[in-house]
Design a protein around this ligand. Structure first.
Ligand code: 6PG
Length: 239
């Protein structure tokens, strides 16, 4: 588990974009299968990516997927795809044929199966699991990641690529990447900023048993946490 701590959310986003470009430049002939998370944290990263880093990103080699999606239409304000479309996809030359959105408007259980099959069709496999080149994750202040919430830890070990998570307070269904494909990904990048995440970052660092985000952070193949100073406030003296 590596830590990259930056002074602000903007510089944290910049560090992650630069790391992704570095990864893609290491294998200039390779297609890069990337799964994005939603929520509010990545929005700043998408704004920066679409502005300062648009020109030097090999968009033609990227295949874009989602870690999770709320079961709402793409026009809904809570749609992860909708946020990514508005902040990134409409501004960069990534061909729509290389953008694989989760259909939040579909019947959840059917969409989890459809999307699992679509991802399986495009990605390499190992040990019977799809292999993403990079999975970008966030962490909720309750310790969730993807849409795997505390109390739904069966999604960490279930034998499916995508399954149904349920938001604990709203009851909203979500299509969620499960634990195994996250553990099999070549790289997992957490993007976590803000003082409200300092406690969950500490618990993630201290134990792999403190929740879904910690479980992944302690078990995935190559994990890098991109944090701002506020989110790192409770661990910075122990690094
Ligand atoms: C989602 C995300 C989710 C997110 C965390 C952090 O659909 O909400 O995929 O896993 O990464 O909830 O969300 P914030 O960035 O809004 O704090």
């Amino acid at each position: 588990m590596k830590f990259s701590i930056s002074s602000s959310p903007l510089e944290t986003a910049r560090s992650l974009i630069v790391r992704l470009q570095e990864l893609m430049n290491e294998a200039p002939d390779k297609i890069c299968h990337i799964a994005l998370s939603g929520g509010s944290t990545p929005a700043l990263m998408f704004d920066l990516w679409a502005s300062e880093y648009k020109e030097n990103t090999p968009w033609e080699r990227i295949r874009l997927y989602w870690v999770d999606e709320r079961c709402v239409p793409p026009t809904h304000p809570e749609s992860n795809y909708g946020m990514t479309r508005d902040r990134l996809l409409e501004k960069v030359p990534l061909s729509p044929e290389y953008i694989f959105r989760i259909h939040g408007e579909a019947v959840p259980e059917e969409e989890a199966q459809r999307y699992s099959a679509q991802v399986a069709e495009h990605l390499p496999h190992s040990d019977g699991w799809v292999i993403f080149d990079a999975v970008l994750l966030g962490a909720g202040d309750d310790g969730h990641t993807s849409s795997i919430f505390p109390g739904q830890e069966e999604l960490l070990t279930i034998d499916k690529t995508y399954a149904i998570g349920i938001h604990p307070s709203s009851g909203q269904k979500r299509i969620a990447l499960t634990g195994a494909p996250m553990l099999h990904a070549r790289r997992v990048f957490f993007l976590i900023t803000g003082s409200n995440k300092a406690s969950v970052v500490r618990t993630m660092k201290e134990s792999g048993e403190s929740g879904p985000a910690a479980y992944i952070a302690h078990r995935a193949r190559n994990v890098e946490l991109f944090l701002d100073a506020e989110a790192a406030a409770e661990i910075s003296t122990t690094l």
